[in-house]
Design a protein around this ligand. Structure first.
Ligand code: DON
Length: 323
């Protein structure tokens, strides 16, 4: 990077760190409260339907290590599909560009658990954030990690700087008991030659990764490496190259909130990944990351209030990548 580019990057990071976060987050919490009762809990995983639905928290992490937060920002919740960002990062690190022989980088207008395109497109999932895509990524990882579950928890702990992060075994067992579609997707990919490991082992590792619990503060910290050119803030490990981190962010923008991704780019303008636990993680390249959590979901599986709050924050602070 040239001197001028480096200077403008540092100025952007400093501007972001100095925003009046206390006020911005209070306003977003207050204004998003109009939709606090909108949406449904993810009852297809029974343990998630037992979560207290009115919880809400926000945490912003900046590259200088500061955290700004409001409300239930320290309460751990099920990260669900947000884990796909970390699964993808581990697999990309391990396989490099050859990963894209098994999963594409295209958006989809079908739901995250749909199998329709998978059959039509010969067992190659559209992208790594759809469930079939994340299962293929998990399959690739299992070929190189004998203890993938522990590797995922260790990665989250390292990136968040928080030794308390762990799985929720109740959520894990609850999802595993209702995992017919995961098995169907995996077997379909296997029939097309795009699967290497024992299906049940891959499904277990995938469900375990989704059942990791973390708070808004922990997830915002864990996402910082993507804002920091692939380098962890905690410990300084270069997890991905800057180019790879940029590509993971591009996928989060174009596919991270599923059928809503076009609207996410339009209304929020940031790489964003949602999970059916109600969490939303947004990356601000070169600046920081934001995690918002509220359990009630829209029909696409994105948190209603968290997406609203993210839109309010992005607009109030002028955070869109296109601003
Ligand atoms: O595989 C599933 O269905 C869940 N473990 C994760 C889905 C999810 O979080 C979708 N995102 N909003």
């Amino acid at each position: 990077m040239g001197d001028a580019a480096q200077q403008s990057r540092s100025a952007r990071a400093a501007y972001f760190a100095a925003l009046p976060w206390g006020q911005i987050l209070e306003d977003a919490a207050q204004l998003s409260a109009v939709c606090r009762h909108d949406g449904q809990l993810a009852d297809y995983i029974p343990a998630l339907a037992r979560v207290a639905p009115d919880q809400f928290g926000i945490a912003v992490a900046t590259l200088d290590g500061s955290i700004h937060s409001v409300e239930d920002c320290a309460t751990r919740f099920s990260i669900q599909s947000i884990s796909k960002v970390f699964l993808l990062s581990l697999a990309y690190r391990s396989y490099g560009e050859s990963l894209w022989e098994r999963v594409r980088q295209a958006p989809s207008t079908n739901p995250f658990n749909s199998l329709i395109e998978l059959e039509l497109e010969r067992g190659i999932p559209r992208n790594p954030f759809l469930n079939p895509g994340a299962l293929v990524v998990t399959d690739a990882l299992l070929s190189r990690h004998t203890h993938l579950e522990s590797a995922m928890v260790a990665l989250l702990r390292e990136l968040a700087g928080s030794a308390g992060i762990n799985y929720d075994s109740e959520v894990f067992n609850s999802e595993l008991r209702c995992a017919s579609r995961h098995f169907a997707a995996a077997h379909l990919m296997q029939s097309h030659g795009n699967f290497s490991n024992v299906v049940s082992e891959v499904v277990r590792a995938y469900c375990a990764s989704c059942a990791i619990e973390a708070s808004c503060v922990e997830l915002a910290r864990a996402g910082l490496f993507l804002a920091n050119g692939g380098r962890a803030i905690e410990g300084g490990r270069q997890l991905l190259s800057a180019h790879e981190a940029q590509r993971v962010c591009a996928l989060m923008l174009t596919t991270g909130t599923y059928e809503y991704s076009g609207m996410t780019a339009f209304a929020i303008g940031l790489p964003t990944k949602s999970g059916v636990g109600g969490g939303v993680l947004a990356i601000l390249p070169g600046r920081g990351s934001i995690c918002i959590w509220s359990p009630r979901l829209d029909a696409r599986g994105n948190s209603v209030r968290a997406m609203k709050a993210l839109e309010l924050i992005s607009n109030a602070a002028g955070l869109s990548l296109f601003a």
